[in-house]
Design a protein around this ligand. Structure first.
Ligand code: SAM
Ligand code: DTB
Ligand code: SF4
Length: 332
């Protein structure tokens, strides 16, 4: 018979003193026990029948000087993604209007940049304020930011800034070498200091170990405030990139990742980000049971496909779940 299960999480209150060993121990729990605990914590802070819906748009695609081994947009790799210039604000705002009509609550603008150039700031600010004026929550993911740039984006009406740590600190340089983990942490600090909410998570399926996955969630858990949004991406393998032939991660391991994210960052919106295209509705439902409460909607992510509105409408109807009302971010 198995040893009795030691209770590792006695409270659903956010904590910032997690040890890596504690996070690893959560991954090792029997699956049903882990999912049950995560579901309990989920209910403590959220209505588990509600899903937050975000929509992405790549406002500047390809030609990126960074060498992230998973990305279709790096200029270091030969992929099918064509590079294009920064879109006009009006084009972006029109896309956001359509996203809102399709049910999205948050609109996230992504640019294939290492960092933001001050010369591009006025155009980006115009996009942000135009999207905000539609009554959508605004999010952007533009690479590294200085403290002043973060303040300028906040002033333009930016609610969230996405900047992922992507994996655990020990595996990071196997995935990208053109920047450091500390560079990412510094931008996250600039975003928090400017008064914006953070969206920060990572990717599974890049050849990392379970310890690396725990390492990522541990880093998020010990941040001064937990990310308000915590996206977990299942790698979309891109032909031509170093990770283009990676083995898919087992579905149950993906659910474990979601459940542990819910337990260590109890008040965060935990998102099934990239990869739903390859997931059954049963696997997605297990993720929702394990504490995921956010998805990307729309037929495209940045450069890859997403299930699209009809599929997601059907999924929500099957599950009797509904879109979350727009709510104020709650830093933990
Ligand atoms: N250039 C900015 C940056 O790196 O922060 C913003 C855009 S970048 C595409 C945003 C995030 O998308 C990455 O940090 C990564 O987590 C995720 N991502 C990119 N390509 C992916 C892929 N092929 N599969 C899964 N997630 C991916
Ligand atoms: C996040 O964590 N995932 C999104 C968003 N934040 C920026 C991006 C997913 C990109 C998937 C690959 C692509 O479409 O290029
Ligand atoms: Fe550039 Fe972002 Fe892609 Fe890395 S993930 S290559 S920084 S667009």
């Amino acid at each position: 018979m198995n040893a009795p299960i030691t209770r590792l999480t006695d409270s659903a209150q956010p904590r910032h003193d997690w040890t890596l060993e504690e996070v690893e121990a959560l991954f090792e729990l029997p699956f049903t026990e882990l999912v049950f605990r995560a579901a309990e914590v989920h209910r403590r802070w959220f209505d588990p029948t509600e899903l937050q819906l975000s929509q992405l748009l790549s406002v500047k695609t390809g030609g990126c000087p960074e060498n992230c081994g998973y990305c279709s947009q790096s200029q270091h790799f030969k992929t099918a993604t064509a590079a294009s210039k920064l879109m006009d604000a009006d084009t972006v705002i029109a896309a956001a209007r359509e996203a809102k009509a399709g049910g999205a609550q948050r609109f996230c603008m992504g640019a294939a940049w290492r960092d933001v150039k001050d010369r591009d700031l006025p155009k980006v600010a115009a996009m942000i304020s135009g999207v905000k004026a539609l009554g959508l929550e605004t999010c952007a993911t533009l690479g590294m930011l200085t403290a002043d740039q973060a303040k300028a984006l906040k002033a333009a009406g930016l609610d969230y800034y996405n900047h992922n740590l992507d994996t655990g600190p020990d595996y990071y340089d196997k995935v990208v070498t053109t920047r450091t983990y500390q560079d990412r942490l510094d931008t996250l600090e600039a975003v928090r200091d400017a008064g914006m909410s953070t969206c920060c998570g990572g990717i599974v399926g890049m050849g990392e170990t379970r310890r690396d996955r725990a390492g990522l969630l541990h880093q998020l858990a010990i941040l001064p405030s937990h990310p308000e949004s915590l996206p977990i991406n299942d790698l979309m393998p891109i032909e031509g990139t170093p990770l283009g032939k990676s083995e898919p991660v087992d579905g149950l391991e993906f659910v474990r990742m979601i459940a542990v994210a819910r337990l260590v960052c109890p008040k965060s919106m935990v998102r099934i980000a990239a990869g739903r295209e390859h997931m059954s509705k049963e696997l997605q439902s297990l993720c929702f049971l394990a504490g995921a409460n956010s998805i990307f909607v729309g037929a495209r992510l940045l450069t890859t496909n997403n299930p699209g509105r009809d599929n997601d409408d059907a999924l929500l109807a099957d599950l009797k779940m509904r879109p979350m009302g727009s709510r104020a971010a709650q830093p933990a």
